[in-house]
Design a protein around this ligand. Structure first.
Ligand SMILES: NC(=O)c1ccc[n+]([C@@H]2O[C@H](COP(=O)([O-])OP(=O)(O)OC[C@H]3O[C@@H](n4cnc5c(N)ncnc54)[C@H](OP(=O)(O)O)[C@@H]3O)[C@@H](O)[C@H]2O)c1
Length: 368
């Protein structure tokens, strides 16, 4: 199967020669100049006004497939055929090892096939976690809290790091050690975290994350928020991993680092999941987290510590509350299910699978 965004023929993209690309670029430049010279200011203003609702209408989901036209339709006073101008056009890898980019179709297929791996957690066996020392960042709520509860149920010794504790996790002592005041953007607080640990962890789950609420578009970029997302989601896991590793606090050999990133970080999948762009900071932060994870895998794999990037699936948490209207259409699950899926994949981490990017919904890979 081939999936593309916009109407450009995949064959044409696949066989475009360098010369053709240059001529296309020249033609595009010429037409763009003609367009700008020919246009009246009111026409430009009308186009800008009509573009705004289109941007707002794609608020729906970074997870959802929105096969919307990415070009603005021509108007009577617009001599340029905008139907030729498409969004990013490249092919999505669809080998059998990859999970499906189209999330509603993926969920529908799972239901049609009664796929137990996707629809149940019957396969989950957490016995490998008994007595393991597992550190979860952002373990005070959402998927992090669900992971902590499941880990306790499996007999693990859990270390929760968070900015602010609450009665629920405090009440889980002594199975849970809570280290409060750990902000993954604050290197000193992360270093202080290591001083509260008295033995190496077997598993580090870099779970803490942040997704700015409003939709970012070219008209509506929040640069400070972009940097904040990148700091929390991409640099944060490196702060935690390096502080632990350099303090000798990740078991080796045999330690595991799970990077909870997101399918939103797959560049290949943007043309299916977000054919009209948007959510710059979030998706950039998760792509960067994936890259950081691969580099960690390269450095730490030979030292006996495994790293994987895990998309936890679509979970009903505070982060995705803004997508509540599509929770049921796209297979969103309670975070307790998401936690089992994540822990299952951590159990499957082996040297042969080091550095992979996995969709915990079905265990298949996500292309970069
Ligand atoms: N939910 C989904 O469907 C979904 C899908 C794909 C990926 N993910 C990823 O899964 C992870 C958990 O998501 P979630 O849905 O559970 O989100 P959530 O409910 O919003 O929880 C986010 C967690 O991250 C913590 N956090 C945020 N900024 C932090 C910082 N600077 N330092 C330390 N902790 C910080 C939060 O702590 P505070 O309470 O202090 O804010 C909270 O514990 C995230 O990495 C997210 O991107 C989720």
């Amino acid at each position: 199967m081939r999936i593309k965004s916009g109407a450009t023929s995949p064959r044409r993209v696949g066989h475009t020669t360098r010369a053709l690309r240059i001529s296309m670029a020249l033609e595009l430049a010429a037409r763009s100049s003609a367009f700008y010279l020919a246009r009246s200011v009111p026409a430009l203003a009308r186009r800008a006004a009509s573009a705004r609702p289109a941007a707002a209408s794609v608020r729906a989901s970074p997870i959802a497939v929105r096969a919307m036209a990415s070009s603005t339709p021509s108007s009577p006073d617009d001599p340029v055929d905008f139907s030729r101008f498409k969004g990013a056009t490249f092919e999505v890898p669809t080998d059998a090892k990859y999970t499906m980019a189209d999330q509603p179709a993926r969920f529908a297929k799972g239901k049609a096939e009664n796929n137990a791996r996707m629809l149940t957690t019957d396969y989950f066996d957490g016995s490998f976690l008994k007595d393991a020392r597992v550190l979860v960042t952002g373990g005070n709520r959402g998927i992090g809290l669900a992971l902590v509860k499941e880990l306790v149920a499996c007999g693990a010794n859990v270390i929760v790091t968070c900015r602010k504790s609450n009665d629920e996790i405090d009440g889980m002592a002594p199975a849970v050690q809570v280290i409060e005041g750990v902000d993954v953007t604050d290197t000193e607080s992360v270093k202080a975290m290591t001083r509260a640990l008295d033995a190496p962890v077997d598993v580090l789950i870099n779970n803490a994350g942040y997704f700015y609420e409003p939709v970012e578009t070219i008209e509506n970029m929040a640069f400070d928020e972009e940097l904040k997302m990148i700091d929390i989601c991409a640099v944060g896991p490196l702060r935690v991993a390096s502080a632990l590793y350099n303090a000798g606090l990740i078991a080796k050999p045999g330690g595991k680092i799970a990077m909870i990133t997101s399918q939103g970080g797959s560049v290949s999948w943007r043309v299916v999941q977000n054919p009209t762009g948007h959510d710059f900071g979030h998706h950039m932060s998760k792509s960067a987290a994936n890259m950081g994870g691969v580099l960690l895998a390269q450095e730490l794999g030979p030292r006996g510590i495994l790293v994987q990037m895990l998309h936890p699936g679509f979970n009903k948490t505070g982060m995705t509350k803004k997508y509540e209207h599509i929770w049921e259409v796209e297979g969103a699950v309670d975070a307790s299910v998401g936690a089992k899926r994540v822990l299952h994949e951590i159990g499957l981490m082996t040297p042969e699978r080091n550095g992979l990017f996995i969709n915990c919904e079905d265990g298949l890979q996500i292309p970069w």
